[in-house]
Write a protein that binds this ligand. Structure first.
Ligand code: ADP
Ligand code: MG
Length: 288
């Protein structure tokens, strides 16, 4: 192919919201045999909404939600957004927070109303039998659960639902039909990730992966001789995008993810990956 025909192809792709950094990216993309997808914000919409609060014993649900919202008011995580919105909608009292800390991929902690608050996953809080019992039915349906402790004692769980993008199933079907190995990679809980994977027909799931381990997963696959494309949206995903043979960023995600990527899907629509594959094949056939 002439540089002209490559430019024409990438120009057409750009008009459809698929930004390709350069011709080398298309060449690398044609060789890819494994596609790794971040779950939240990539396979799913990434804008969770709160669907349930459950508490341990007789603890008040509004108390759990208000304390959770107090710490999440200082966090920028999409889960935080869902919790703060719901507490506001219910008109719950707000609390000033001191000693606020973010534990990347785990949750948040702080002190409010004289009480130590911790909100997050098992990596942050461990998991007590009563919290697991509350959480399991929701996880089995693919919903994300975060747990709250007050002064170290389990208080309750908050459940958020993050729907799969309407465009995801067809894109995964097309990519699997091409013979690509598809892997889901997520910081979310294994049971939740499994349920979402089953609904999408995916069998290879790597869950409970901390942000700084995501790149290691990609590097391991590459060491095994795979050619890996990684699609992600978050700050957490940037090192994994950079480690991949081809990094694919969602345009609905963070700027840092887009800077680490060879391909950016402006609309966050995974159908763009199918189109980019087709483009890479056309361009490479013309070159050879
Ligand atoms: P993902 O890989 O799905 O993008 P993250 O690495 O951002 O997820 O977070 C992984 C998990 O850590 C979340 O599913 C949640 O359980 C917990 N977590 C992270 N940040 C927060 C927060 N601000 N509040 C509550 N839980 C959090
Ligand atoms: Mg994410």
């Amino acid at each position: 192919a002439t540089p002209m025909s490559i430019m024409a192809g990438t120009g057409r792709a750009a008009r459809e919201g698929i930004l390709v950094r350069d011709a080398a990216v298309l060449e690398a993309f044609e060789s890819v045999d494994t596609l790794v997808f971040d779950k939240t914000g990539t396979l799913t919409e990434g804008r969770p909404r709160l669907i349930a609060v459950r508490t341990v014993g007789t603890i008040d649900e509004d108390r759990v939600l208000a304390m959770a919202a107090a710490v999440e008011a200082l966090s920028e995580h999409p889960i935080a957004d869902a919790i703060v919105r719901e507490a506001k909608a219910k008109g719950l009292p707000t609390h000033a927070v001191s000693d606020f800390k973010v534990l990347n991929g785990k949750g948040v902690t702080g002190t409010a109303d004289g009480t130590a608050i911790a909100l997050g996953n098992a990596a942050l809080l461990g998991e007590t039998p009563e919290l697991t019992a509350l959480a399991q039915p929701y996880r089995d349906q693919g919903q994300t659960v975060v747990s709250l402790t007050l002064d170290g004692a389990p208080a309750g769980i908050i459940v958020v639902a993050d729907p799969v993008k309407t465009t995801t199933p067809a894109a995964l079907k097309a990519l699997t039909a091409e013979g690509l190995n598809v892997i889901m990679l997520t910081g979310d809980n294994t049971a939740t990730a499994q349920a979402v994977a089953v609904s999408l027909g995916l069998t290879d799931v790597r869950a409970d992966v901390l942000p700084d381990q995501k790149a290691n997963v990609i590097e391991d696959l590459i060491r095994q001789g795979r050619k890996v494309a990684m699609a992600g949206d978050g700050v957490n995903d940037a090192p994994a995008l950079a480690a991949a043979t081809v990094g694919i960023a969602m345009g609905n995600g963070t700027d840092i993810a887009m800077e680490s990527a060879g391909i950016t899907l402006i609309r966050g629509d995974l159908g763009g990956i199918v189109k980019a594959r087709a483009l890479s094949r056309v361009v490479m056939r013309n070159i050879k």
